[in-house]
Design a binder for this molecule. Sequence first.
Ligand SMILES: [Zn+2]
Length: 111
Amino acid sequence: MKSGLSCSIVQDLLPNYVEKLTHAETDKAVEEHLESCKKCREVYKALSADVIAHKKSVPMKELNFLKKIKRTRLLAALLSIVLALTFSYLLYSSEYKYTSDKGVLSAAITD
Ligand SMILES: [Zn+2]
């Protein structure tokens, strides 16, 4: 324990260290400890293998999930556009009918 960190502290820090979430100073202390401590080095190896395996499997899943969300959002956007168009068409056509009726009406009056 040249670095002054005990094995339990180093092993507590290792998950964050493996994920590169620790401060440079912490990294240095952990690295120093790992150099001199076989037990923690093994824990570190197991953890980093875990992280690598995790990183390999997760992004694909996340990507598919994001694609799914994107597709669903696109579908929802398209659907709302279609609905808005249909609605505005209905509104427009009924308005048009109304004004054309009025036009006919006023034409009938002026005649
Ligand atoms: Zn140790």
